[in-house]
Design a protein around this ligand. Structure first.
Ligand SMILES: [Zn+2]
Length: 480
């Protein structure tokens, strides 16, 4: 069969077409009827659930509690924080009619929940003993999207949003960095995306935040993906919503708040960090099926290998391995192999009559130089968890090497320009918003972050030659 039916456009030919075809052919998503919306299909939703489990556990382990706040927010709430409403206005979906009547006050469909949670925080906090207040919500949000791309930019998406209130700046900043650490750990250890953690420049801050931190991953086309953000709001929202507490000294004080979010965008990140021309490559910790067993053989032999495959699947599942048996006997083994390569299963086990006779099964990794390998059927459940761990580590290593090979320390405008066509530039910058805008206009690159672990360095701005800001180099790149 030709590419139209089975394969996807090669990455080198058109990365964007590769991505769009793959998310559909791997049955992750479909288009929703309303502009920019996506239907997340079971295979894609399982990916999200697995990521969600890992993230939710860490959120709870660090002392946060889940709650749920309404989808509909009075318009006046958003107006209370001037920068916030200005930043979000172009993306808002507004309900003006309900129950057959025009509403007295329009309602906003939640784009993010700082305002409504701020209102409730003000109600729930009165004393220093009520602090810190550590909340998290799993929800959908709506931000009107004119140029939608599945998982990356959709009008409605799924996420978690953490919202916390603290007695002072120091405690709120500790929280902001804690959330960022959790995100970086989930990205690296679960999604195998080697993110760079850092602070956003003022021009890239969240609407209403004092400081915004981010984790940025490099995709296989060299572009950056912002994979999670954590914001220190100062007292901006506390002032707007009157979130105050009585201190130990009996004084009325304003709280300091934070918010932080990670979304279904991460699935797009996994696809673009690991995928290749054959399809998805899923890190075992996020793979709906870590192992797919393909029994081979016709007639009575097929019956025997299918039975053995199901028996093996049972033992693998008992060992904690997510296993699927693809016994679609009407499809050739080759077709089924390709199908699971397209869908990114980390390990495939091929079980034919001769393997069964010799008590072995053929193991093929989705990626890497190890080739096919025969392993004993009896000890497969002891061997495979280790193979999956190695594969998980291999993907992180491969992505790290790719990122490092496509990151250039740029001291001249020429080298900067070249670097951002295929990856990232580490450059000194003056910090002026107009100069940032100039870079964006010339080469479509933006400051992704000021890396937390960057070495101290000063000099001249790579574009305008003015003295550099921030005391270190900034990561620049084109971004999703
Ligand atoms: Zn400059």
């Amino acid at each position: 069969m030709g590419r139209d039916e089975r394969g996807v456009t090669p990455q080198q030919e058109d990365f964007s077409a590769w991505y769009n075809e793959l998310v559909a052919k791997a049955q992750l998503v479909d288009r929703g009827p309303a502009k920019g919306t996506m239907v997340i299909r079971p295979y894609g939703y399982r990916l999200w659930e697995l990521l969600q489990d890992e993230l939710d556990r860490r959120i709870k382990d660090t002392g946060h509690e889940n709650a749920y706040f309404p989808l509909l927010i009075p318009e006046s709430y958003l107006r209370r924080e001037a920068d916030h409403v200005e930043g979000f206005s172009p993306e808002l979906a507004v309900v003006t009619h309900a129950g057959g009547k025009e509403l007295e006050e329009p309602l906003i469909v939640r784009p993010t929940s700082e305002t409504i949670i701020g209102e409730m925080m003000a109600k729930w906090i009165s004393s220093h003993r009520d602090l810190p207040l550590l909340l998290n919500q799993w929800a959908n949000v709506v931000r009107w999207e004119l140029r939608p791309r599945m998982f990356l930019r959709t009008t409605e998406f799924l996420w978690q949003e953490g919202h916390t209130a603290h007695a002072d700046e120091a405690d709120a900043m500790r929280e902001t960095m804690l959330a960022l650490d959790v995100y970086a750990e989930v990205a690296r250890d679960v999604a195998a995306i080697p993110v760079v953690a850092g602070e956003k420049t003022p021009g890239e801050r969240f609407a209403g935040a004092v400081r915004t931190y981010t984790i940025e991953g490099m995709m296989r086309d060299g572009k950056a993906l912002q994979a999670g953000t954590s914001h220190y709001m100062g007292s901006n929202f506390a002032k707007a919503f009157d979130i105050r507490y009585t201190s130990e000294a009996g004084q009325q004080e304003l709280c300091h708040t934070t918010s932080w979010g990670m979304s279904t965008r991460m699935i797009g990140g996994v696809i673009m960090t690991h995928g290749d021309d054959k399809g998805l490559v899923l890190p075992p910790r996020m793979a709906p099926y870590q192992v797919v067993i393909v029994p081979i053989g016709r007639g009575e032999q097929g019956v025997q290998t299918s039975a053995a495959a199901r028996e093996l699947a049972g033992r693998l599942r008992a060992a904690g391995v997510r296993t699927h048996v693809d016994d679609r006997a009407q499809l050739s083994p080759g077709f089924r192999f390709n199908d699971w390569e397209l869908r990114g299963a980390p390990l495939r086990l091929e079980l034919g009559p001769r393997d069964l006779e010799s008590g072995t099964v053929v193991m093929a990794r989705r990626l890497g130089d190890d080739g096919k390998q025969s392993i004993p059927l009896s000890s497969a459940p002891e061997l495979i968890p280790g193979v999956l761990e190695e594969f998980q580590a291999f993907l992180l290593r491969r992505a790290t090497e790719f990122r490092d090979a496509h990151t250039v320390t740029a001291d001249t405008w020429d080298s900067f320009t070249e670097a951002v066509t295929s990856g990232w530039a580490l450059a000194l910058h003056c910090g002026e918003p107009a100069c940032e805008a100039g870079i964006k206009a010339k080469v479509a690159a933006t400051p992704r972050c000021i890396p937390l672990d960057g070495a101290e360095e000063s000099g001249r701005c790579v574009l305008c030659g003015e003295p550099s800001a921030y005391g270190k180099r900034v990561v620049f790149g084109r971004a999703y």
